[in-house]
Design a protein around this ligand. Sequence first.
Ligand SMILES: [Zn+2]
Length: 242
Amino acid sequence: MLADNAGTFRLFRVFGVTVYLHWSWLAVAYIQYLFLRDAHLLEHFALYGSLFGIVLLHEFGHALACRSVGGRAEKIILWPLGGIAFVQPPRRPGAVLWSIAAGPLVNLVLVPVTVGLVVGAAVMLGDALPALQDYLYWLTAINAILLAFNMLPIYPLDGGQIVQALLWFFVGYTRSLLWSAWFGLICAVLLGVSMLWIAVSQASEQAAWLVVMALFVGWQSWRGIVIARTLAQYEQQWGQSV
Ligand SMILES: [Zn+2]
């Protein structure tokens, strides 16, 4: 899924990277709109747009870091579970590690920036413009949550891919992928089953979203396991490390 540009439309191109939006992003935005039709609609839209901006900066972190080590990165697709930067770093653990780590690093840099905005606004504005101060507070929270979520050491999240790249230094690519992907699959099954139970028993929309996330993690992990097994067979057959 999302391997090609099917179901997407081109937004813009900057630094040689073209940004596409998947149609499902608009569908989810519309569903959110139906749920959130209240007095704070403008704030919700501002936050949803800012979430989009923070995710985009994160993906550009991946893409530009990949370029800096001689890899290819020409495309970013935004979809409801975030963004995907299509990066092809050189097949070296150090180059891959930098390309993956640069995404969360952008969020890390944004932590003092957003906290500074919250504190600065509180000092300068006092009790004035509470909507703006609320917005800055939520912007800070969204960035921090994205950072924490992305750094979970679960493949294929950034944290999981960082662990895989670190393992690569010691046990080779194939085993690093196999171990990381198995861990990802186990986590996905545990998360998926428990969240499905909560989603059904408590009719929780958040839990339903986490089920979708678990399906994505599980599916990507399964693909990782299949690739690692194929590579292992190849290595056995030809007696060389791939
Ligand atoms: Zn990332």
